[in-house]
Design a protein around this ligand. Structure first.
Ligand SMILES: C[S@@+](CC[C@H](N)C(=O)[O-])C[C@H]1O[C@@H](n2cnc3c(N)ncnc32)[C@H](O)[C@@H]1O
Length: 265
């Protein structure tokens, strides 16, 4: 995969929701069923973004309290508008320096974020610090290097036309063996991993294309093209995704998930 050195910008919570939030909830549903949390816990959602996964915690896990942190105000402002998230505390912060005391939470999650953290080990150590003994630190991340990214067809086609897609800085952190090392190095025990496979169907190519245009990542690469380049690229992508010419488009994606327990009490 060819990469651009341009950072991914999260400047539009609604565009993010169509582009990635829908995918996050699809994988997040499998993740939540797997981690099967007890009700009444103090939750921290690290890199909560626009609240895509936070919604699932609020709806399904009966939290005692729920805090989401993210460095993007555009994402946080979208999350703050969501009717289900009115009791959630959203804080602008970085995963590598969580603004909370030790042992303040029972459950910390990092949904689709670890590869965005410049020093993933610091992020995992911070989650282990703020979770109380006996609590859980868990995450899921697209299998970026193994072909699990939902828009792989788009990034490959962009590379083919010399327009690399902006990518997160710590892609290797999505490998299962790297995740296991990170969790072990942070002193977490009872480490378990899982692969979560999902599919999403777009009603037609138009819907798929407008989803791309409004999103970060591949959307940024498309925004940098002139009209002629964009329409040439659109035709190439359509030919790749819709050999039959029309109709719905179903795409697969695959995430790596991990969970571990803070030792003690
Ligand atoms: C792919 S989005 C995931 C958002 C949400 N968790 C979800 O599941 O849809 C990645 C998020 O990580 C956030 N992020 C980037 N760098 C971060 C960091 N150092 N600490 C915490 N969050 C970060 C971005 O602002 C963005 O909202």
């Amino acid at each position: 995969m060819t990469m651009s050195s341009e950072p991914i910008r999260f400047t539009d919570g609604a565009g993010y929701d169509r582009f990635m939030g829908v995918w996050s909830r699809l994988a997040g549903q499998g993740f939540l069923s797997w981690i099967a949390p007890q009700p009444g816990l103090r939750w921290l959602d690290v890199g909560c973004g626009n609240g895509a996964f936070t919604q699932l915690i609020a709806e399904q896990s009966a939290p005692l309290s729920l805090v989401g942190i993210d460095p993007s105000d555009a994402q946080l402002n979208f999350a703050r508008q969501h009717p289900l998230l009115q009791n959630v505390e959203f804080v602008n912060a970085d995963a590598m320096a969580l603004p909370f005391p030790d042992a303040a939470f029972d459950f910390a999650v990092m949904p689709l974020v670890i590869f965005f953290v410049p020093e993933p080990a610091r992020g995992v150590a911070e989650m282990a610090r703020v979770v109380a003994p006996g609590g859980t630190v868990a995450a899921y991340a697209w299998d970026m290097e193994g072909g699990g990214f939902p828009y792989r067809d788009v990034t490959e086609t962009l590379s083919a036309v010399g327009r690399p897609t902006p990518m997160p800085p710590s892609l290797e952190a999505s490998r299962l063996e790297v995740l296991r090392d990170l969790w072990a190095t942070a002193g977490l025990g009872d480490i378990e991993t899982r692969v979560i496979a999902v599919e999403r169907t777009f009603p037609d190519f138009e819907d798929f294309w407008s989803t791309l245009l409004g999103g970060p990542s591949a959307g940024q690469a498309l925004a940098a093209m002139n009209e002629e380049e964009r329409s040439g690229f659109r035709a190439l992508l359509r030919a790749r995704l819709q050999a039959a010419g029309s109709g719905p488009i179903t795409l697969p994606a695959r995430a790596h998930a991990i969970r571990g327990t803070v030792p003690g009490p």
